[in-house]
Design a protein around this ligand. Structure first.
Ligand code: FMN
Length: 430
């Protein structure tokens, strides 16, 4: 009965009590994701909250949309049909929260969903550590019933390890996604992410392993090669191996800086035209006009946004930051919301769905960065706190509001906004 009165947050603690293998700190830091995560994996700093460990009964936790049969029994054509019927069952989501280590965690996903996101990826999870370390598993993967459609992303370079990790999450998600795009040094050292582009037979075996054995479909998130023909061949190979949903980040492995390099939508369009499964575009999505243009120009089935959503989690509801409004457009926009409002909503979600403080800290800087530029003393105060509390963070918001700074998010007038939504909703078809 107790679970009825608790937030419906799932942690895997109670389902998988695999004995924790002792992990050497060095091995943890050697082959795990982006730089920030080095810290994460060697220690779990500043964890002050206790996770809600109230177990939910198994029937409550069972996914509603697992497929019946693993893909090994299906021909190529049936797999494509199944990919589309699954996509349709999920409501053909178009506006999607991209995977972000330390940033696309449950409270942030729920905030974005409230403001228009129709699906979301988890942050990348390291498949081997996910299997071996129950502390990592319980802290890094949390979800709840409302957190759907959900795409759980892993990095991996061993098919069996990946399958073991994927099986742990398949009841709680709509796709298991393989990260084939991480370009960071740590991914090079660990031999995963975009560095698997040098070993396509291994990539093929990862995708086949999942598609032959899982009940949920397999998704892949890739970067493009320099030559478009190589990207097309890559995408076709993934489709052939059983990938049911392909997200294409239109930058190469060497184009790490998203602000410096524009994503190549032509390459994404070429992939969309070359494969039969649903394709998502990633890169250059800063506001809803970008969404509309990308859907029209590439013909893709949906878009992912990452960096811009961090600053403006209400992006998919049509809100935009002042930087994306030109002077003569100003009259078309209403000021309905500001980032402090969103930040307060985010904090409330963190109280409901606990996450490590390092994640909350990261979001404070992203959501309130513009405010801190005007009042750097508040940022300095924040940085000086070795341990955060919700009281301190709510107090920051009060201080900013008392200083009467206005940094609104703008919503285009309803007529224009509705047109955008209509075009986006009718977007591309298969
Ligand atoms: C903070 C942060 C963390 C990220 N972590 C991941 C990740 O875990 N997995 C992944 O595939 N991509 C990750 N990315 C890349 C994004 O998903 C996305 O591909 C990239 O930022 C380009 O999208 P954008 O132009 O909308 O920012 C991350 C990006 C950011 C900014």
């Amino acid at each position: 009965m107790k679970s009825l009165f608790f937030p419906r947050i799932f942690s895997l603690k109670h389902l998988y009590s695999t004995p924790l293998k002792t992990l050497m700190a060095s091995s943890l830091t050697q082959d795990h994701p982006p730089p920030d995560l080095d810290n994460l994996l060697s220690s779990f700093p500043q964890q002050q909250q206790t996770e809600d460990d109230t177990p939910l009964s198994l029937p409550e936790m069972t996914a509603s949309c697992c497929l019946d049969t693993p893909g090994r029994y299906l021909s190529g054509e049936s797999r494509v049909e199944r990919a589309w019927s699954h996509w349709a069952k999920l409501g053909r989501p178009k506006f999607i929260v991209a995977p972000m280590v330390d940033n696309s965690e449950l409270p942030f996903r729920m905030l974005c969903r409230k403001y228009g996101a129709q699906a979301a990826y988890t942050p990348m999870l390291h498949s081997r550590i996910f299997n071996e370390d129950d502390k990592y598993r319980n802290q890094e993967f949390t979800t709840c019933q409302e957190d759907r459609p959900l795409f759980v992303q892993f990095c991996a370079n061993d098919p069996d390890t990946l399958l073991e990790a994927a099986r742990r999450v398949e009841p709680y998600c709509d796709y298991v996604d393989i990260n084939l795009g991480c370009p960071q040094r740590i991914a090079r050292r660990g031999n995963y992410g975009a560095f698997l582009m040098d070993n396509l037979p291994l990539v093929k075996s990862l995708v086949e392993k999942l598609s032959h054995n899982l009940h949920v479909p397999v998704a892949c998130k890739i970067r493009v090669f320099q030559k478009v023909e190589d990207t097309i061949n890559y995408a076709r190979m993934l489709e052939e191996a059983g990938c049911s949903l392909l997200a294409v980040h239109g930058r190469t492995r060497d184009e790490k800086d998203g602000k410096k390099f524009r994503a190549d939508w032509n390459a994404i369009k070429a992939v969309k035209n070359a494969v039969k499964i649903p394709v998502l575009a990633n890169g250059n999505i800063r506001h809803m006009d970008d969404v509309q243009n990308c859907l029209e120009e590439t013909g893709v089935d949906g878009v992912l946004s990452a960096e811009s959503l961090l600053e403006n989690p209400a992006l998919f509801a049509g809100f935009r930051t002042a930087g994306w409004i030109t002077g003569d457009e100003e009259s078309k926009f209403d000021e309905k919301l500001d980032q402090t409002d969103l930040f307060v909503e985010y904090l409330k979600l963190c109280e409901k769905y606990p996450v490590p403080w390092r994640i909350i800290r990261s979001h404070v800087h992203k959501m309130l960065g513009d405010w801190f530029r005007i009042h750097p003393h508040i940022r300095e105060d924040l940085n000086a706190q070795a341990r955060l509390t919700f009281e301190f963070l709510y107090n920051i918001v009060d201080q900013l509001r008392e200083l009467h700074v206005r940094i609104p998010l703008y919503l285009k007038d309803v007529k224009v906004h509705t047109q955008v939504a209509e075009v986006s909703a009718s977007g591309a078809s298969n």
